[in-house]
Design a protein. Structure first.
Ligand SMILES: *[C@@H]1O[C@H](CO)[C@@H](O)[C@H](O)[C@H]1NC(C)=O
Ligand SMILES: *[C@@H]1O[C@H](CO)[C@@H](O)[C@H](O)[C@H]1NC(C)=O
Ligand SMILES: *[C@@H]1O[C@H](CO)[C@@H](O)[C@H](O)[C@H]1NC(C)=O
Ligand SMILES: *[C@@H]1O[C@H](CO)[C@@H](O)[C@H](O)[C@H]1NC(C)=O
Ligand SMILES: *[C@@H]1O[C@H](CO)[C@@H](O)[C@H](O)[C@H]1NC(C)=O
Ligand SMILES: *[C@@H]1O[C@H](CO)[C@@H](O)[C@H](O)[C@H]1NC(C)=O
Ligand SMILES: *[C@@H]1O[C@H](CO)[C@@H](O)[C@H](O)[C@H]1NC(C)=O
Ligand SMILES: *[C@@H]1O[C@H](CO)[C@@H](O)[C@H](O)[C@H]1NC(C)=O
Ligand SMILES: *[C@@H]1O[C@H](CO)[C@@H](O)[C@H](O)[C@H]1NC(C)=O
Ligand SMILES: *[C@@H]1O[C@H](CO)[C@@H](O)[C@H](O)[C@H]1NC(C)=O
Ligand SMILES: *[C@@H]1O[C@H](CO)[C@@H](O)[C@H](O)[C@H]1NC(C)=O
Ligand SMILES: CC(=O)N[C@H]1CO[C@H](CO)[C@@H](O)[C@@H]1O
Length: 668
């Protein structure tokens, strides 16, 4: 037990020795928040001793009358509210200090000598708004509590550089304080402000009394947004009368985005509601649904110092229909604001005019009789369902229809044969239709009778058949609406007489023959290559017998049948080295070389036209056998027709006409 008491006493004495030190507070700071005379004061100080069981007593000493004006214990940590009624007259010179009591020890803070009346400290200035335009920053600030003018100090700097500062004064009797600051173009700044009261009392002339407010929070000043946002939109799922629109846009540049950017959207998507729907977002996307009708969306980007110019986009209406879609419900009675009828004149069937009417009260049957006759109009009936804008019906209409004003333009006849022709035309423009075009009517008159056809309204050509050869015809074509036929557009033409040109049957026969001939040639070449045909020797036949009739009047070329030609491969290679690849063709399988000169001047005798030569001279394939069977050894072919520089040769059953070239000579 004794032991325990001893420990306790020790502990207590230890804690007391800790606490027994009396540490004075900082000198007090006394002020009021405005220059209003009825305002109470507040005194503040910093406690430097963490000890809890201490009391602080504020002493206010009248230095003239040498008496205490007030002594007050603090109830709140580090401050005392000094009420005017406790204090009496505040315009006296006073000494003020704080006495601290710890246990039975006391200590005093240092004294301040002030006239309390002059101790005014305003609240921290608040920036209400900033507007920046290029180099000028307009600041709007809140007024101090007493709504008086004040002296401000403002400091600003570009990031990470030196502060610059200036002071300015504001006037009494305004609602807000303003200041205009000149800054550099397109640069981010940081600014801070503080203010003090303008004291008019004679007692306060001494500037020692002036108290600055605390500095306001440092604020980043972005540069103004000069460009309108670039907005993109994607339309998807046009279905059930509604379309999803996903909008996205770019953020402004980094120096314009400092401190955050938000975007205000204005949507006109509901024609019956003239007030625009507004959305504000910090995202760079916005998704919504719109009707099939035109929608306008505009956007501005807003940062701390202003907003960008407005960007507007128009999302066009879906393609206008030419006829009513029977799938859409035709009659909807409009009961409330959830439906909207929109209509306009659609003169050319495509262009939405400036004047668009809309109403959520009128019914379609009412407007049908009011709008201009014979002119196409278009209407939409929109509804809102589950917060989705939707087009229930859209359709063109006429209050009254009339026959088309004109016939189709550009009526043209083409592909004329001896018994048929194609008539084509441009469809009648919507503005001239004056009603729904049901079909076109075509009359074909000629040879004393008239035939009559109807063609669907979406067609613009027609094949006229069963005509007489060499006869002249008149084609009249007009559009028809429910009110009747429009004027005719007329064109005349004449069919060809039968003799003219080759009929298509003749052409077919000709083509078949040519194809057959080519096939024969190719097959036989292939057959010989595969050695399918027996090698029958045959006598030398004068090639002139197979001369192509077309060549008869050309200068005769000198030809000879080679008995046997063998070329050494080395020689061939040598030759090839001397020649450009275009000039030589090596048929290695045959051990044959064909030298050709580029046919620049072959006007004099089909020198290189091998195909024509082949088809004319081909008939006897057994030349090949002959050449191969002759037992002659290497044999130089010495051309006897040097003067013409051309020679005709039969090799492997093919006829070649070659010009003898320099290289040719060396290799042979
Ligand atoms: C202030 O506090 C001290 C110590 O607690 C006390 O003695 C004194 O009476 C108090 N004075 C007033 C004015 O309350
Ligand atoms: C102060 O209090 C301590 C005990 O807490 C006591 O020993 C001391 O004598 C007191 N001093 C005076 C001046 O009263
Ligand atoms: C504090 O000030 C009061 C009043 O002037 C005085 O009586 C007291 O002795 C002072 N105490 C100290 C520790 O100076
Ligand atoms: C700044 O204020 C002045 C006058 O108060 C005004 O003329 C000017 O347009 C303002 N500038 C901006 C960017 O708001
Ligand atoms: C700018 O700040 C400096 C340092 O705080 C100060 O000495 C000077 O008076 C200020 N200038 C203005 C115009 O307020
Ligand atoms: C859209 O129409 C389809 C049928 O065409 C229907 O199944 C679907 O539920 C409709 N969606 C809405 C949102 O009305
Ligand atoms: C549009 O946004 C919606 C979500 O709101 C999404 O389901 C849809 O796939 C988006 N469409 C496109 C084309 O991105
Ligand atoms: C868009 O912004 C809203 C708040 O304005 C937020 O709730 C939402 O998640 C954001 N969406 C996207 C895709 O960032
Ligand atoms: C809009 O849709 C896009 C997809 O295209 C999506 O990335 C985005 O988050 C959506 N925005 C909102 C606000 O839902
Ligand atoms: C023309 O209209 C008919 C129905 O009236 C339709 O079946 C046809 O596909 C249309 N032709 C063209 C080329 O649009
Ligand atoms: C168009 O021509 C046809 C045939 O010549 C004729 O029957 C018809 O009356 C004409 N129509 C008009 C409006 O002249
Ligand atoms: C171009 C050329 O020299 N042509 C001659 C070919 O040979 C015939 C008769 O051998 C001459 O008449 C041509 O003038």
């Amino acid at each position: 037990m004794r032991m325990r008491v001893a420990v306790l006493v020790l502990a207590v004495s230890f804690s007391l020795t800790e606490a027994e030190r009396c540490v004075s507070t900082s000198s007090p700071h006394c002020y009021k928040n405005s220059i209003r005379p009825e305002e109470d004061f507040i005194c503040e100080w910093d406690e430097r001793n963490p000890e809890k069981s201490q009391t602080h007593t504020l002493h206010i000493w009248d230095t003239e009358k040498k008496r205490f004006l007030m002594r007050k214990n603090s109830s709140k940590k580090g401050q005392v509210n000094v009420h005017l009624e406790e204090l009496g007259i505040p315009s006296k010179k006073t000494d003020i200090w704080v006495q601290t009591q710890v246990g039975n020890l006391t200590c005093n803070s240092s004294k301040i000598s002030v006239i309390l009346e002059c101790m005014v400290k305003y609240s921290v200035p608040q920036i209400i708004s900033m507007k920046r335009s290029a180099r000028i920053l307009n600041l709007t600030l809140d007024k101090p509590e007493d709504n008086k003018g004040a002296i401000y100090e403002i400091r600003w700097r570009q990031r990470d550089s030196e502060w610059q500062n200036t002071t300015f004064e504001t006037k009494d009797g305004t609602i807000k304080d303003f200041h205009r600051l000149h800054l550099h173009y397109q640069t981010i700044y940081q600014i801070q402000l503080r203010r003090q009261a303008k004291l008019k009392s004679r007692l306060c002339k001494d500037s020692l009394h002036a108290l600055w407010s605390d500095w306001s929070q440092m604020v980043d000043v972005p540069s103004d947004i000069r460009r309108r946002p670039v907005i993109r939109w994607v339309e998807s799922n046009p279905k059930n009368g509604t379309r999803d629109i996903n909008l996205s846009w770019d953020a402004p540049s980094a120096e314009e985005s400092v401190g955050g950017v938000r975007y205000n959207l204005r949507l006109s998507v509901w024609p019956c509601d003239k007030s625009k729907r507004k959305k504000s977002t910090t995202n760079q996307t916005y998704n919504t649904s719109i009707t099939y009708s035109e929608a306008r969306i505009s956007i501005i980007a807003i940062n701390k110092v202003g907003c960008s110019p407005r960007r507007q986009i128009i999302i066009p209406a879906v393609k206008h229909l030419n006829y009513c879609d029977s799938d859409m419900p035709s009659d909807i009675t409009m009961a409330n604001n959830k439906a909207c009828l929109e209509w306009y004149k659609l003169e050319d069937g495509e262009t939405r005019p400036r004047t668009v009417h809309s109403s959520n009260k009128i019914l379609l049957k009412n407007i049908k009789n009011e709008v201009e006759h014979f002119v196409r109009h278009y209407y939409f009936l929109h509804t809102i369902r589950k917060k989705r804008y939707q087009t229930t019906v859209m359709c063109p209409f006429y209050s009254e229809q009339k026959a088309p004003k004109n016939g189709p333009a550009n009526v043209n006849i083409s592909d004329v044969t001896h018994e048929s022709a194609v008539v084509s035309w441009l469809s009648i423009p919507v503005a001239e239709q004056r009603g729904f075009l049901q079909h076109y009517v075509i009359w074909i008159s000629g040879q004393g009778n008239t035939k009559f056809h109807t063609v669907p309204a979406n067609k613009t050509s027609f094949l006229i058949k069963d005509l007489h050869p060499g006869a002249s015809y008149t084609v009249s074509i007009s559009g028809r609406t429910e009110a009747g036929n429009g004027p005719n557009s007329t064109v005349n033409f004449e069919t060809y007489s039968k003799e003219m040109g080759l009929s298509w049957q003749d052409q077919t026969i000709l083509i078949v023959c040519v194809v057959a001939l080519l096939c024969t040639i190719i097959c036989s070449v292939a057959a010989r290559r595969l050695k399918l045909l027996p090698e029958v020797p045959s006598p030398v036949i004068d090639a002139a017998e197979f001369r192509c009739p077309e060549e008869q009047d050309q200068s005769p070329t000198i030809e000879e049948v080679h008995e046997f030609v063998l070329l050494l491969r080395q020689d061939l290679n040598k030759c090839r080295e001397n020649m450009t690849p275009e000039q030589s063709t090596l048929l290695q399988d045959f051990g044959l070389v064909i030298f050709e000169e580029e046919d620049e001047e072959d006007g004099e005798g089909g020198v290189t036209d091998l195909s024509s030569v082949k088809s004319c001279f081909y008939p006897n394939p057994s030349y090949r056998g002959q050449t191969l069977q002759l037992p002659e050894p290497f044999h130089m072919t010495d051309s006897t027709s040097r003067d013409n520089d051309t020679e005709s040769t039969y090799r492997n059953g093919l006829f070649f006409e070659t010009r003898v070239l320099e290289c040719d000579k060396t290799s042979l």
